[in-house]
Design a protein around this ligand. Structure first.
Ligand SMILES: Cc1cc2nc3c(=O)[nH]c(=O)nc-3n(C[C@H](O)[C@H](O)[C@H](O)COP(=O)(O)OP(=O)(O)OC[C@H]3O[C@@H](n4cnc5c(N)ncnc54)[C@H](O)[C@@H]3O)c2cc1C
Length: 378
């Protein structure tokens, strides 16, 4: 189990383009609905385009030179693409190996405006993608391995193909850290979550567990007390890294029980979470805890590795923005969870994507790029 609070998948799209696995049951993230043997313990504390020239084609036939290159295809990247395409920037999106981003691994999304009955995460991202493609965005589901952001044109390489662009929007997001056990993956969206703000509502009157020992875990546990009847905090160590004030609040809360020296070995349940198999790291004792939900709050890993040396990265691993969506390099913009560890929501990431595209369009205009098309139809 990798614990850090520092920085911290796919259904056949009815809309085309996306390869999504609708294997999620399409049902609720919420559980269907304990006893626990450990006593709660109080805690102490390719083809190269000519720069600025006409568009080039990759071996796969897509564009390799564009006015606007978007790296990442979550809510931030695809919203940037929609705005960029509608501003005639003919965007190319390098979508990464997780096209659609984090919402592809969740089921019900009930807080994205415009969907009063809620929508499945993969369905929402299929709509984002279809809307971006409708206005001429070209999308390649490839990971960028390397960038050169020295200046216009900017360069990015993916699977041996070189892409060049007059402006770049970085929207590579952040990946939630998971325990790494098969049963956890199988029950994601069926009682297992990594986002209390997103999914807490589904656990009204349920008994749940939160894994983690940092401030994020304590914040999530305290938030979840609004819905759950009982919140068990599970931490593999004796002491917690969270601030004393957060720990004190949790200890004082009647709905929170704190269990140090505990690891989750298995998430039990066929179609939804029914219980956890736990092991006490001090005594070796194995026991079962009946819960209907499991929140993993062990941190996020921002996807910033390829930008090291080019863009400023804060001590938690997130990109540093200047003036809303800018970076230290003129013409390189940043949007979404790759910099935002405060809100981490689809709607805020999408809002960021729109801002980044508007900023990129204005910057390109200031550079005299917008009027002269550098890309032709593909
Ligand atoms: C389990 C879970 C449930 C959630 N539920 C909700 C919810 O109900 N409502 C809500 O508002 N929010 C929810 N969220 C949060 C929401 O998913 C994120 O805030 C949002 O997806 C962030 O969007 P983003 O575009 O910034 O990044 P992401 O969605 O993380 O997308 C990042 C993109 O970058 C790509 N990428 C990464 N590295 C590279 C690379 N090297 N080259 C090319 N591409 C790359 C990835 O493939 C991906 O497409 C949930 C999150 C989780 C983990």
């Amino acid at each position: 189990m990798n614990e850090t609070n520092t920085a911290a998948d796919e259904a056949s799209s009815p809309l085309g383009g996306l390869t999504i696995d609708f294997s999620a049951d399409g049902g609720s993230k919420a559980p269907a609905g304990g006893s626990f043997g450990f006593s709660p313990i109080a805690i102490e504390s390719g083809a190269v385009a000519a720069p600025g020239g006409p568009s080039s084609q990759s071996a796969r036939g897509g564009r390799t030179h564009t006015k606007l290159l978007v790296i990442g295809s979550g809510p931030a990247g695809l919203t940037a693409a929609i705005y960029g395409a509608r501003a005639n920037l003919e965007p190319v999106v390098l979508a990464g190996s997780a096209p659609g981003g984090q919402l592809m691994i969740t089921s019900d999304v009930e807080n994205y405006p415009g969907f009063p009955d809620g929508i499945q995460g993969p369905d929402l991202m299929a709509l984002f993608r279809a809307q971006a493609e409708r206005f001429g965005t070209h999308i390649e589901d490839v990971d960028v391995d390397r960038v050169d952001l020295t200046g216009r044109p900017f360069h990015a390489w993916a699977r041996g193909v070189e892409y060049t662009a007059e402006a770049v929007i970085v929207a590579t997001g952040a990946s939630a850290l998971w325990l790494g056990i098969e049963s956890e993956t199988r029950l994601r969206g069926r009682g297992v979550s990594a986002c209390a703000t997103c999914d807490g509502f589904f656990f009204r009157d349920k008994e749940i567990a939160v894994v983690g020992g940092g401030d994020t875990a304590f914040e999530e546990a305290l938030f979840l007390t609004r819905f759950a009847t009982k919140v068990h905090m599970l931490h593999r160590r004796e002491s917690f890294r969270a601030s004393k004030i957060m720990q004190d609040r949790a200890v004082a809360h009647p709905k929170i029980d704190i269990h140090p020296n505990i690891v989750v070995e298995e998430v039990l349940g066929e179609h939804h979470v029914e219980a956890l198999q736990l092991r006490n790291t001090a005594s070796g004792e194995v026991d079962r805890m009946d819960v209907q939900g499991l929140f993993i709050a062990i941190g996020y890993k921002p996807n910033t590795q390829i930008f090291g040396g080019w863009l400023d990265i804060d001590p938690m691993g997130y990109l540093v923005v200047r003036d809303e969506t800018g970076s230290k390099i003129d013409g390189v913009f940043i949007a979404g969870d790759v910099h935002d560890h405060r809100y981490r929501q689809a709607v805020t990431a999408a809002g960021d994507g729109s801002k980044a595209a508007i900023d990129a369009e204005r910057w390109l205009e200031s550079q005299g790029v917008t009027e002269a098309s550098t890309a032709t139809a593909w």
